[in-house]
Design a protein around this ligand. Sequence first.
Ligand code: PFF
Length: 472
Amino acid sequence: MTAVREHFGSRLGFILAAAGSAVGIGNLVAFPVAATKSGGGAFLLVYALFVFLICLPVMMAELALGRRSDKDPVGAYRQLSNGSHLWRIPGWLALITPFMIAVFYLVVTVWVLGYFIETVTGNLNLLATQDFFIHFINTPKVFIYLVALMLIINAILSMGVKDGIERAAKTLMPMLFVMLLGLVIFVLTLDNALLGVKYYLIPDFSKIDGTIISKAMAQAFFSLSLGMGIMITYGSYMKKRDSIPGSSRAVAITDTLVAFTAGLLILPSIFHFNPQIDPSELSESSAGMIFLFLPKIFLALQDSIGYMGASAVAAIFFFLVLVAAITSLVSIIEVPIATLRDERNMTRKKAIYVVAGVQFVLAIACAVSFGMVNWFTEFVQLAGVNKSFFDLVEIIFYDTILPLNGLLVCLFVIYKWKKANFDKELQEGDAAFAGSFSQKYVNFSLGTFIPLILLLIFINTVALKFFGHSFI
Ligand code: PFF
């Protein structure tokens, strides 16, 4: 006998859970860093266009696949392709990708947890020193934090879709919004904050080139948790009476608003710290921003609000990022769990043990690849450059396979599952969608230029990351 499939309890519950997945380190840090370096308001505009014109249809396609099949990604592709062998490949990719992205994201989240704990225990001044980060990520403490983090995430997952994932999202997401707004309001009252707002919002279109456009696209795609099997899995927990187009819009708007608001937090802080700064010279990476630069900015607040005050602001920030990362990790780890349950008939508990066991080992391999174990630190050479195990996982699964998965979703939905079936699923719970302009746009774009754009990104990434050449 197969167990009755679990479902989200309400539409709001689904939206918050999906937004919990979408809102992550990508929104809070990677987006502001990218916007800062890439033309401020101009980047914002390109990003928003990508979210609504390209990513939104892909999200609808993933949700529809999941809801129609009532299955995990592997099962969804198998069922809706009538057992075609070729179309099993994207199903497996949509399982392995989230599994591996979760591994490297777990490690980054462990560092965030560590920084939060260090701040709360009064060590903000240490975090702001030059070599703290590299020292910290190579201390055995990271293993303890990894165990703690995995216990939290798997405890949420063990309670199931409604009582675990949905309940956590309903508690944590409003908390996240309040913390974010509170921090933004505080930061906007600081000296020179408005310089940061201006820098952020005034568009500099001269910075927009092929590289920036592809960066905005990749960022939008990652930020909405697409290509990771998450939306297929969450779609399978959605009720038939809920609107897929409406809910997708709500998730995309929430995700974009949070990313936008995070910029209002980061840029004014940077300009308060140094009004003469040229932010386009800041480090390219989000890790550089969170772990190297922001602690210095927070510590500098002690001149106006004292050490305790500065530590409190830093603690709230790290906690905010931690909460966002935890809700994202919950969603991504649910994918392999759903697959083991659906495909191997495992209980939720057993699936959690299996997934957590393997992920723990791989996360350790990533965590020690920053110097602790040389073999993992210099794991491979790509395009003549040494890459660690952590780098390799990120390059293969995040940079390369993510757009490929998106491309396969589009092709599958339109050409294999077929438009008519897709349309029918989108109209379920949203009768007004039938015949609307949105419907025509979604159908047309998913069958033509969206897969083309994703294909170009995929080819360019392979050329760049594996062979050191870029076309753009
Ligand atoms: N949308 C997430 C973010 O912006 O950080 C992407 C994500 C990453 C989701 C990792 C889930 C995850 F485990």
